[in-house]
Design a protein. Structure first.
Lengths: 261, 525
């Protein structure tokens, strides 16, 4: 008993102050929102395009990145001879539509807007989610799990991961949706009572990730179920995930957080 | 009983685990099977056993080249050999060598062969054979077509082992589970609470990794390996890098080997600490569950300091490492490592002092020593049953050739043993990482990439946190992968989980399962 109390004292209170306080520091080498500078691109240079494992980058008509396909591996930045492409530490990446994830020099990701009307009234203060891994590598699954630890304490926002689709208001889908999980995902989605939402977490669930165009998998969750929120990353940092969830629920004051740096 | 021809034997793989394919002995089936069975009888184990499609023009009949890699842990040696079978049937050796059972089912599935004499000839991944998928357009996959044939191929829609009797009942769980975990199907035959038998049916996560690696290496290869089992990114990426380096003759700078070993041990630390927390959670001991859930993140964040990703994505690349660390970063990592370890000790030692936890850990989910040997288990699951086996000592590569970590063993084979082996490994990995951070070799962290040598075989073994990761590559005449074989430790170890719950209570399944914490996608590939 004494040891238990000693340990309790030692471990302390660890829940983040975010979002009421500042977001936690991210490591210096963290790769978040890309930074693009067209003017540095040499004529006909395609180094980044050729290096990208998932064809996420285009240089025509201008340098642009599809964050839905991006693995945030940094191979492009390493290949770029002029520093025209790089990654910032901006963790805010989640969007409501695929088109909002296409970024270029002028256009940052269009961050997720809040659910509106009835959906916001229903889910804004209480959202129960069932997770379905459909070919996820346990990277995204692990980061979803992290949100339930004492550090992130997801339930303080009324958001909880539940054990059955019958208890859920929506799904978190990870993985490219393998052919072998397609039926199970469809059945799980059908088992959630409407109205319901779907959150696609990670590069695989958004566009197939490294498994784009594999015959063994679909190119992401929206090939099978309608998606309401896309959270880029391979896997997304828990902060990116939480930011996306809170935006969806209208729980982040827009004036403080949505202006893109 | 077949008799081996004089001189017919497997070839010993040279330094770096590579050989010209022409030096691989091509044995007749009888010699091949005797070499395999004799090797296993003498204490060797099957590191990999897989097929390669034969060229149709070789004979009138379709052929499949079978490749075998045997590991002799005592002698730190690998042996390899091949045989060719013609036609549509694969003779099963499983009745005489149980550790082959999934390897043979996998070969049969990937190459559309019928298994002769196999006790349980079922699909492993419910995937079409390689030949049906080569060059297939995304829409052409039979499994994606909603017709009757595709439905018949739905995973899990097969006969299961059944126990019959008036008071016997069956429990099916999955593929979608209650927790945030990957999908798989578990079919229990129960008598009341008692489990007679568990059959584990996987394949739901199959993404076609091995098929897609053929023809590489290319810009996507390393990303496949980093996501084979996403919680073992460093382990699989390191095995891949070592293969490419062996095949291209690249010399990895010592500093790169050190960075990779540090990353591999950080991966082990994060997962072991997380697992001990999850075990505490499964027996309702919340202090350790909460603390370890957080501390796991502290270790993941050390990996992120190194390379920007909590899972080590982007760090290991053929030729070395993509990120270096300066003295200031090394010092910072060491300080944070010490803090995280002190927190780990305070959280984890509570387990051993709490009778209600020990009561639930001891004598639950036991794997007998002999069963662990027969199934050739890998990693902590093997060591918890007293099998003294660790790639870092037995087949060392990279930094482990110079720097040893003591092997952590227990002998009771139960949940407690698997927990205590993890705790021992945590302590030893921390000492190791601390030492390496303090004495990083000087020099570059990456050597230039080179083309792969044509017509060679290479084998790489890495002790990931779940156990031995084995990659085998065969290059073709142009220096591309003709075949890339991945054996994740989970492939072998899932069978141990089925054995561990036999005779126990079904309510102990979640705890027992967690004590192995195996990978679904690492198995399904």
């Amino acid at each position: 008993m004494l040891k238990l109390l000693q340990a309790r004292l030692r471990q302390g209170h660890r829940t983040l102050r975010y979002p009421d306080g500042p977001a936690p520091d991210l490591p210096e080498r963290f790769r978040g929102h890309p930074t693009l500078d067209d003017s540095l691109c040499a004529d006909s240079c395609r180094a980044c395009v050729d290096e990208c494992p998932t064809q996420a980058i285009a240089v025509e008509p201008k340098l642009s990145v599809d964050l839905g396909r991006c693995l945030f591996c940094g191979d492009c930045a390493a290949a770029c001879p002029t520093g025209a492409i790089g990654y910032s530490r901006d963790y805010r990446l989640a969007a409501r539509s695929r088109a909002d994830l296409l970024v270029d020099e002028e256009r940052a990701v269009r961050l997720a807007s809040a659910l509106d009307g009835e959906a916001r009234r229903l889910f804004g203060r209480s959202l129960k989610l069932r997770q379905v891994s459909a070919g996820g590598c346990n990277g995204c699954e692990s980061e979803v799990n992290v949100l339930s630890t004492v550090v992130w304490d997801l339930s303080r926002f009324g958001v909880e991961i539940v054990a059955s689709p019958r208890h859920a208001d929506g799904l978190i889908v990870t993985g490219p949706v393998t052919a072998n999980m397609r039926f199970a995902l469809e059945a799980t989605y059908a088992a959630v009572a409407p109205p319901k939402i779907v959150i696609a977490v990670g590069a695989c669930a958004i566009a197939g990730g490294p498994y784009i165009d594999h015959p063994e998998a679909a190119n992401g969750a929206d090939a099978v179920v309608p998606v309401d929120l896309y959270v880029p990353g391979c896997p997304p940092h828990p902060l990116t995930l939480l930011d996306g969830l809170l935006r969806l629920l209208g729980r982040l004051p827009a004036d403080r957080y949505s202006a893109h740096s | 009983m077949s008799v081996r021809s004089p001189g017919a034997r497997l070839a010993r793989l040279g330094p770096g685990g590579t050989l010209p394919r022409s030096a691989l002995p091509e044995l007749g089936w009888d010699d091949f099977s005797v070499a395999l069975l004799d090797g296993v009888a003498a204490g060797q184990r099957v590191a990999a056993y897989f097929g390669v499609a034969g060229r149709p023009e070789v004979r009138g009949e379709r052929t499949t080249h079978l490749h075998l890699v045997l590991a002799d842990d005592q002698a730190s040696t690998l042996f390899a050999g091949t045989t060719t079978i013609a036609g549509d049937r694969l003779p099963a050796l499983t009745p005489r060598c149980a550790e082959l059972h999934l390897f043979e089912r996998e070969i049969a599935e990937q190459f559309a062969l019928a298994l002769d004499g196999h006790p349980w000839p079922k699909p492993v991944r419910f995937s079409p054979p390689f030949a049906d998928l080569s060059g297939a357009a995304p829409s052409a996959s039979p499994a994606l077509r909603p017709d009757a044939a595709a439905r018949a191929r739905l995973p899990g829609v097969v006969d299961f082992y059944e126990v019959q009797g008036s008071e016997v009942h069956e429990v099916g769980v999955g593929p979608v589970h209650a927790g945030v975990i990957e999908p798989g199907h578990f079919r229990f035959q129960c008598h009341g609470e008692a489990v007679f038998h568990l059959e584990i049916c996987l394949g739901y996560q199959h993404r076609g990794v091995e098929r897609a690696l053929s023809g590489g290496p290319d810009r996507r290869s390393v990303h496949y390996l980093e996501t084979v089992a996403g919680d073992s990114t460093i382990g699989h990426a390191t095995a891949h890098a070592e293969l490419v380096e062996a095949l291209s003759g690249a010399r990895v700078p010592p500093r790169a080997s050190a960075v990779r070993a540090i990353a591999l041990e950080l991966e082990r630390l994060a997962n072991h600490v997380g697992d001990l927390g999850a075990l505490a959670g499964d027996v309702g001991f919340l202090p350790t569950a909460s603390y370890c859930g957080r501390i796991r993140g502290d270790f993941l964040n050390l990996s992120a300091e190194l390379c920007g990703s909590r899972f080590g994505r982007g760090l290991v690349r053929p030729g070395g490492a993509a990120f270096d660390l300066d003295e200031a970063l090394a010092r910072r990592l060491a300080e944070r490592l010490d803090r995280a370890f002190a927190d780990s000790r305070s959280a984890i030692e509570l387990l051993w002092d709490t009778p209600s936890v020990m009561e639930r850990f001891e004598d639950i989910g036991t794997v007998a020593h002999q069963d662990a040997l027969t199934l050739a288990l890998r990693g902590p699951a093997a060591r918890a049953s007293g099998v003294d086996r660790d790639v870092r000592r037995d087949h060392p590569s990279g930094l482990y050739r110079m720097q040893q970590i003591p092997v952590s063993l227990a002998d009771s084979g139960d949940v407690f043993a698997r927990a205590v082996v993890r705790w021992l490994e945590i302590q030893r990995s921390v000492v190791f990482v601390r030492e390496q951070l303090a004495a990083l070799p000087r020099g570059p962290v990456r050597a230039a990439a080179r083309d792969l040598a044509p017509d060679r075989i290479a084998v790489a073994l890495v002790e990931g946190w779940r156990g031995e990761i084995c990659h085998v590559a065969l290059t073709d005449g142009s220096g591309h992968f003709e075949r890339y074989k991945i054996v994740d430790p989970s492939f072998q170890n899932w069978s141990a989980l089925a054995l561990a719950v036999r005779g126990g209570q079904i309510s102990d399944f979640p705890l027992t399962n967690k004590s192995f914490n195996l990978s679904y996608c690492g198995h399904d590939l």
